[in-house]
Design a protein. Structure first.
Length: 349
């Protein structure tokens, strides 16, 4: 089965995002032999690049499925452009105001459901904008939770509805949410990150990643998707952290679908060292790993992370603000081959 995965350039400097288009099927055949998918839209500029890529390289103006992994603007904003300019079969997106009872039960301040819904739509206006455009265009919206069917080739491995609802009140824009232990820990991480970077020696026999890294609630709410294309297995992780990835690996293994034999991995959160640990990378392995990042800072991607992936046998590519294509059994575009990441002997602590 043919496959093309197109990564758009998103952001500059420390500002990274995701905007991914892909198609699979008989890529030498007609459109009805192919499935076209968009995973996140990045900024509005990268959203336009997605539209142009689908029209020029996929030769269609129709996308079968659009997935919003989570609410960060550098993943979501470009979907407004996609919805405006392309015909979309279905939008998979979490909608926080569909979970009012769960949110209100954890708030310190009392709201009626109507008041809370209005407040959420004001504070999470980009989600509301995407939802409104979808309604206007007649695009059905479904929340992407474990157990929600997509098609025979695509499955959702995370989050469960129950896990998502436990995260909602720790979202930064949830009104008057009680400050949680995770929020306090993230503040400590931020303070530590402001200190001078310390560099460490790394070798193939060393294991430098931590298993106790903390990830923001919004990021752990990311949709985790797997594609199985005649045994060619892909995993897309959004900005998910260790907790969310572990739950996805547990689920996959419980149905005899291990994530240790992937062909392709989208590395979470632009290669941040706060999103993966040693234990999860022993369970989630791929022949090829892609990092969507500008490459202009030591954080995205972390050399610790790219080294760890290499140690586990993956060939790692970083987009570095470029259009980058991964393909299998697909027409040749005549593009140049980019260099894989090298192993770094010095990594940030």
């Amino acid at each position: 089965m043919g496959l093309q995965i197109d990564y758009m350039p998103v952001g500059t400097g420390e500002k990274c995002g995701d905007a991914i288009a892909l198609r699979y099927g008989n890529l030498y055949g007609s459109r009805n032999e192919q499935t076209v998918v968009i995973i996140d839209g990045g900024t509005k500029d990268s959203g336009q690049k997605l539209v142009d890529t689908v029209k020029s390289h996929y030769e269609t103006d129709t996308v079968d499925y659009v997935f919003s992994t989570h609410l960060d603007s550098d993943h979501l904003s470009g979907l407004t452009v996609v919805l405006e300019q392309l015909t979309v079969g279905k939008l998979f997106m979490h909608v926080p105001w569909e979970h009012l009872d769960e949110i209100s039960s954890l708030l310190e301040e009392d709201f009626t459901n109507d008041e809370l819904e209005q407040k959420l739509k004001e504070d999470l206006e980009l989600i509301y904008e995407v939802e409104s455009i979808a309604f206007e265009k007649g695009v059905p919206i479904e929340e992407p939770f474990v157990g929600v069917p997509v098609n025979d080739n695509i499955a959702i491995l995370g989050p469960t509805k129950e896990y998502y609802e436990t995260l909602l009140c720790d979202f930064r824009n949830t009104p008057d949410a009680k400050k949680s232990a995770i929020e306090q820990a993230l503040e400590a991480v931020k303070r530590a990150a402001e200190e001078t970077v310390e560099w460490l020696d790394d070798r193939f026999d060393l294991d430098l990643l931590n298993d106790d890294e903390i990830t923001a609630a919004e990021n752990n709410s990311s949709v985790i998707l797997t594609f199985n294309l005649d045994g060619y297995k892909l995993l897309f992780t959004g900005d998910a952290g260790i907790e969310a990835l572990t739950a996805a690996a547990d689920l996959a293994e419980s149905v005899n679908y291990p994530l240790s034999d992937l062909k392709f991995l989208h590395v979470p959160h632009h290669g941040s060292k706060h999103n993966v640990g040693s234990s999860i990378l022993k369970r989630v392995k791929a022949g090829t790993s892609f990092v969507s990042a500008t490459g202009e800072t030591s954080k995205h991607p972390s050399k610790k992370v790219t080294n760890a992936l290499i140690k586990h046998g993956s060939i790692v590519y970083v987009t570095r603000g470029r259009f980058v294509l991964h393909h299998n059994e697909a027409p040749d575009r005549g593009w140049n081959t980019i260099l894989a990441e090298e192993f770094h002997e010095k990594v940030e602590n």
